[in-house]
Design a protein around this ligand. Structure first.
Ligand SMILES: [Zn+2]
Ligand SMILES: [Zn+2]
Ligand SMILES: [Zn+2]
Length: 245
C-alpha cells in the first residue's frame, strides 16, 4: 500500500500525514503567533473540522469554520472545493437527523429531515463525527469530524482552509509511464481509465474524458475539478504572507 497522503500546514508550510496534522495544528508555533496577531473587537467561536472521503481517506481537508456559519455554508464550501458538477442534491446526516437544502415537506415516515439553514453552534460539539452525501445518484460520500473548538477574533471569511492533502500523481494505465491527466469515466470504475495526454489522443473520442483533479469526486459524473481552489494547496509561507494578517 502506498504511503498515506501528506499535506502542508497553512501557517508553517511543514508536511504531515492526515492522522498527525490535527495534532500539529494544535501545537504549531507559527499558527499561535498568527492567531495572537489577529485583532478586532468582535469575538467569534470556531469549529476545527477534519473532512475526508468515506472510501478514500487520502482525500482530506482540515478547516476552521465560524460557529455562526450554517450547514449551508459548509455545503457550499464542499461544492466549491471538491464536488460541484451539475447542481446535485446533498445532505448532512447528524445524530439521526438529515439536513437538506430543501427538506421534503412530507418525508418518509419516521425519518427526521431539517433544513441546512441551521447554525453550527446549535448542533455541533467537539468530538462529533457525521456524514455528508453529495449527489444521490453517483454519490460522493464524506465524513466530517469536529476536532476542536476555540474562540478568537472575527475573520472576514466563514471557512478557513488550514491544510489539505497534496495533489496526487497517477500513472497512465495504458503506457504505465507518463502521468495521467485524463480519466475515461466508464473504465475508471472497473479499475482503469487513467490516461496521459498521448494515450488520450490515441484513444480518440471514445467515451467521455474527464480531468484528473484533487478530489474524492474525480472521475464521477461530469466532475472536472474546482474553479476556485487550485489542486495543490499553497501555505501562507509560500505565498509570502507569513506574519501578515
Ligand atoms: Zn504548522
Ligand atoms: Zn453531475
Ligand atoms: Zn499513457
Amino acid at each position: 500500500m502506498a504511503e498515506r497522503s501528506k499535506g502542508k500546514c497553512r501557517y508553517c508550510g511543514k508536511e504531515y500525514a492526515f492522522g498527525y496534522m490535527g495534532r500539529h495544528l494544535a501545537a504549531c508555533k507559527k499558527r499561535q503567533e498568527r492567531l495572537a496577531a489577529e485583532t478586532g473587537k468582535r469575538q467569534c467561536g470556531y469549529f476545527e473540522m477534519a473532512i475526508y472521503g468515506k472510501c478514500d481517506h487520502d482525500y482530506w481537508l482540515i478547516v476552521e469554520v465560524r460557529d455562526t456559519a450554517t450547514l449551508k455554508d459548509v455545503d457550499q464550501f464542499l461544492r466549491d472545493i471538491w464536488l460541484e458538477c451539475c447542481g446535485h442534491l446533498s445532505a448532512f446526516e447528524i445524530g439521526g437527523v438529515s439536513y437538506e437544502v430543501m427538506p421534503d415537506a412530507d418525508p418518509f415516515w419516521g425519518e427526521s429531515v431539517k433544513s441546512m439553514n441551521v447554525k453550527l453552534k446549535s448542533i455541533l460539539e467537539k468530538g462529533m463525527v457525521f456524514d455528508y452525501d453529495y449527489d444521490f445518484g453517483s454519490t460522493t460520500e464524506l465524513k466530517l469530524k469536529v476536532l476542536d473548538y476555540r474562540t478568537g477574533h472575527l475573520r472576514g471569511e466563514k471557512v478557513t482552509l488550514l491544510s489539505r492533502n497534496n495533489s496526487r500523481e497517477f500513472v497512465c494505465d495504458k503506457c504505465g509511464k507518463k502521468s495521467a491527466v485524463f480519466i475515461d469515466s466508464e473504465e475508471f470504475w472497473s479499475g482503469g481509465g487513467l490516461l496521459c495526454e498521448d494515450c488520450a489522443e490515441d484513444a480518440g473520442d471514445e467515451g467521455m474524458l474527464l480531468s484528473v483533479c484533487n478530489s474524492p469526486r474525480m472521475g464521477t459524473c461530469a466532475y472536472e475539478g474546482s474553479d476556485i481552489y487550485p489542486d495543490q494547496f499553497e501555505p501562507d509561507t509560500d505565498r509570502g504572507i507569513e506574519g501578515a494578517r
